[in-house]
Design a protein around this ligand. Sequence first.
Ligand code: HEM
Length: 215
Amino acid sequence: MIVKKKTFSLIFWAILIVLSAYYFYSAIEYRFFEEGIGPTFWNKQFWFVSHILAGILPLVTGPFQFWSWFRKHHIKWHRLLGKLYIIGCLFGGFSALYLGITQPYDGSIVPTLFLATLWLFMTISAWITIKRKQVEAHRLFMIRSYTLTLAFVFLRLLYDLVYKLNFLSFIANEEVRDATYEWISWVAPVLIVEFFISWLPLVKSDGRRKKVRTE
Ligand code: HEM
């Protein structure tokens, strides 16, 4: 059972890392080598570039932070990489708020604002809780924060599903279709994660207090 859990976890993380690397690489290639920054972000280049650069930090450091062996043997590194992760999320989140408000696609404004606000909230909450030594709360908020970090990856994955594999083809209006998959890109992962970390444990619990995690 433990072996199965470990194998599952390895496959799960391998898929997440490969998808993150692939979509980050294709976003950089598209924006900086193929298409260029384009008219939408041309006069907001500072915000746009700092948003991308800031986003690299949580994307790269995230997987190390969830690796229990790494935390156990290198807690100093966990603290240092954790700070870089938080700095990346703060810059990434605030620049996303600005880019979200000023973008020309009406249907994208509300999902982007909710996404950026929640990302900031989950990350800051994880920071506050670890400062108070509440390790379990810190772990849960970081799972939520990292899920929102990955919204960037899920958004591009959905774009491919919509435009290459006809996902959501029953929605004829292109703007409605785009707004729908933008919402799905982070609402669905957040709900799935909440199912596993909040709802299912409550349904399974027998009412007695569980051992609280300390590492
Ligand atoms: C993206 C994921 C994560 C990030 C960015 C992160 C970030 C951080 C940061 C910045 C600190 C240092 C706080 C300080 O300066 O006092 C820290 C400490 C810590 N974190 Fe995380 N963390 C993450 C995931 C986790 C997970 C999944 C656990 C598992 C329980 C965990 C357990 C701890 C522990 C035990 C400490 C040390 C607390 C102490 O010094 O007493 N972290 N983390």
